[in-house]
Write a protein that binds this ligand. Structure first.
Ligand code: ARG
Length: 457
């Protein structure tokens, strides 16, 4: 007979049992469910519902159950629906009447929210740790490539000279924001829903403050209906995760392009690539392609929860059971994706010569040429026109800007003098940029130093 079977006449249809069971995915919550139940039992003893012996029996039986599940000895069955029912049923088998008292003042509605919040508190901490490791790797790589110059792109066209360190630091700052966001989300998650009951609280004087303290939550929820129907914290978490995935996906896309034979700016570690079953020469960047591909599914996870919630009437509805798979998927995917990216950053080999050659074989110094004329008093729009014509001339004669002679330049403007060559030398450009946040040697060195301090605590 079901735990809730009192008011039912017939048995549940087997199809319904299979359709409604969540045990094949929510079993992963078992440790949280058990921790929550132990705290609830301690509290029930404190308020006189359980005797000390009953409480002790419950706590040691719960520990045994935890061991059974960990050791793969626990039998799961669709008939018992979810992890909460499985643990309670086994507890009653082991402790009889004491076990039957455990659910006093509690509903699966506040219980499941508790488990999800405990799960997320732990997982968000490990996402944060993984992010921190990746950030450290980015800094280390950036430090090694402080003087490695390369083209920066807009519209995938060579635009202005940058350093590879400046490029890496762009991703560093995105992921640092992500880390701060994850920490913020953790604050929203860190609220105890237990004690809200099914939706309206209880006439039993549950000591919620005691449970909060025991389980290490920062706050107790303030409204019982909100507490059982709210999954904003799930949405917040998946949003934070989807943002990380989106950043990793963009990074992957860049690195895939940079690793092509056409670019040859870098090569990827063999450990993250695969070969072709037909073409013997292939080395494919599958790990990064999978980050890109899996990002779609995580964005899908976010959409799933949004649409799950948007028309849900108050308070708990069984629809909410569908929050778990998207959340678990997003959490597991992002943790692996961050670690894969860490291996990638660590293992990638940079081809400095190729990057430098792409800087020299370009029209990128055009910006500094126009700025040179501007500083010498030519209005910027006019300077822009002069250099534009000069680039066109170069293109027609098959030259790069850095191959030009002073006479060639003077044909476009008499303002050009010999010092133009110093001005447009890419290394000088990177020494001369002065604006905050600019791609400059000194600026990036400073960023790296500051961020090393941020990462050290
Ligand atoms: N397995 C359910 C879930 O994940 C637990 C809550 C069930 N509550 C209920 N009233 N049927 O949402």
């Amino acid at each position: 007979m079901k735990a809730w079977g009192g008011r039912f006449k017939g048995d549940t249809d087997p199809l319904m049992e299979r359709f409604s069971a969540s045990i094949n995915f929510d079993w992963v919550l078992f440790e949280y469910d058990i921790e929550g139940s132990k705290a609830h039992a301690e509290m029930l003893q404190k308020i006189g519902i359980l005797s000390r012996k009953e409480k002790d029996d419950i706590v040691s039986a719960l520990d045994e159950i935890k061991k059974e599940i960990q050791e793969g000895k626990f039998l799961f069955s669709n008939a018992l629906e979810d992890i909460h029912m499985h643990i309670e049923a086994r507890l009653i088998e082991k402790t009889g009447d004491a076990g039957k008292k455990l659910h006093t003042g509690r509903s699966r509605n506040d219980q499941v929210s508790l488990d999800m919040r405990m799960f997320l508190k732990e997982e968000l901490t490990s996402i944060d740790e993984n992010l921190c490791k990746l950030l450290k790797n980015l800094i280390e790589k950036a430090e090694k490539e402080k003087r490695t110059i390369m083209p920066g792109y807009t519209h995938m066209q060579r635009a202005q000279v940058i350093t590879f360190a400046h490029y890496l630091m762009a991703y560093y700052y995105m992921l640092k924001r992500d880390r701060e966001r994850i920490k913020d989300v953790r604050k929203w998650v860190d609220v105890l829903p237990l004690g809200s009951g099914a939706l309206a609280g209880s006439t039993i004087p549950l000591d919620r403050e005691f449970v909060r303290e025991t389980l290490g939550f920062s706050k107790v929820s303030e409204n019982s209906m909100d507490a059982v129907s709210d999954r904003d914290f799930v949405l917040d978490a998946i949003f934070g995760i989807a943002m990380i995935m989106m950043h990793l996906s963009r990074f992957s896309e860049d690195v895939i392009i940079f690793s092509t034979e056409e670019f040859s700016f870098l090569s990827l570690p063999d450990e993250l690539c695969t070969g072709s079953s037909l073409m013997p020469h292939k080395k494919n960047p599958d790990a990064l392609e999978l980050i890109r591909g899996k990002t779609s599914r995580v964005i899908g996870d976010l959409f799933s929860i949004f649409s799950l919630l948007k028309a849900l009437p108050m308070t708990y509805n069984r629809d909410l059971q569908e929050d778990k798979e998207p959340l678990f998927h997003a959490v597991h995917t992002v943790k692996d994706a961050i670690s894969i990216m860490e291996l990638c950053v660590k293992g990638m080999l940079i081809n400095k010569e190729k990057m430098e050659k792409a800087v020299y074989d370009s029209y990128m110094p055009a910006v500094e040429m126009a700025e040179y004329l501007t500083i010498k008093g030519v209005p910027f729009r006019e300077a822009h026109g002069v250099v534009g014509r000069l680039v066109k001339g170069c293109e027609e004669s098959g030259k790069w800007l850095l191959d030009m002679k002073i006479e060639d330049m003077k044909a476009y403007s008499q303002v050009f003098e010999h010092d133009i060559f110093d001005t447009i030398n890419p290394y000088n450009v990177l020494s001369n940029r002065k604006t905050t946040g600019a791609a400059s040697f000194e600026g990036v060195d400073r960023e790296i130093d500051t961020e090393k301090i941020y990462l050290s605590h």
